[in-house]
Design a protein around this ligand. Structure first.
Ligand code: PBE
Length: 270
């Protein structure tokens, strides 16, 4: 039947991203929750860049493909893809992305703390920066351009906050497209406030550890409640959670829209 054909056409493979990503752990859970493991389905580890490139090639040839997908991300702008329904709610409905700072930041850098606490934008705003970076614009330049084009929004975060003079502040992040965008925007806002920000990309676990151990001051990359949930559980007592900087994110499995028979994760089953 159609499902069996799909499985063998794509070798029962879901094209994934980097091993540490929460979406990979959730997809492993989905494989067992939907009894797909027994049916030979497997999750292939790769990277966002390799996954989106494989997705683009499959779409160019109108071949079937199943990928780990999430929003906000330019893959949903650039490619005609849809999320598969998740009736067992493995990935959760919607997610928010939280800002996590080191303990004691409020006392030592109250100005940065206020800005980080207020930083909040929409998936649409984040997508503008992500698309530019995907078009080849340097992330720092894309962040500066966005700030220039959105003075009112930025003023909401910085209103009444005293300028500082060259105070160093360190943000860590994972080089996912969404977090490249948000981290660069926050860093540039802090720079305009007089800080000397550095941003450092790393794997997800060291990123959480860096803020927990005061090696870094903040990160804006916590996809919750599910995607970064395991790290949050491990580190929540050792960091300060400033709440969402973005709402309406979503994580799941995605396929091209021309795969009209496949609409739910259940449809992958024979
Ligand atoms: N993501 C994008 C990440 C968080 C940001 C959904 C690929 C993940 O941990 O899965």
């Amino acid at each position: 039947d159609a499902q069996q054909k799909l499985g063998s056409q794509i070798n029962y493979t879901i094209t994934g991203i980097d091993a540490g990503a929460g979406i990979m752990a959730s997809t492993q859970k989905a494989l067992s929750a939907y009894d797909l493991e027994d049916q030979k389905w497997q999750l292939q580890t790769s990277s966002t860049a390799a996954m989106t490139s494989t997705l683009g090639k499959a779409i160019a040839d109108k071949r079937p493909i199943v990928v780990t997908g999430w929003q906000p991300h330019w893959m949903f702008t650039k490619y005609p893809i849809k999320f598969l329904k998740d009736p067992k709610n493995v990935y959760g409905k919607t997610e928010h992305i939280n800002t996590i700072v080191r303990k004691g930041l409020k006392k030592s850098m109250p100005e940065a703390y206020t800005i980080l606490d207020r930083f909040h934008w929409t998936p649409t705003e984040m997508s503008v920066v992500m698309l530019k970076v995907n078009d080849g614009v340097d992330p720092q330049k894309a962040a500066r351009d966005w700030i220039k084009a959105n003075p009112k929004q930025v003023a909401k975060w910085t209103k009444g906050v005293k300028k500082v003079k060259g105070t160093k502040i360190k943000l860590t992040y994972v080089a996912w497209d969404s977090e490249i965008a948000s981290t660069n925007v926050v860093a540039e806002v802090l720079r305009q406030q007089g800080y000397e920000p550095t941003i450092q990309a790393m794997e997800i676990q060291p990123m959480w550890a860096s803020v927990a151990t005061n090696a870094a001051d903040a990160q804006v990359c916590a996809w919750l409640p599910k995607t970064s949930g395991l790290y949050y559980q491990d580190y929540k007592g050792q960091v300060e959670d400033l709440g969402p900087n973005l709402e309406g994110a979503k994580v799941g499995l995605a396929v091209p829209k021309y795969m009209t028979n496949i609409n739910s994760i259940d449809d992958l089953k024979n």
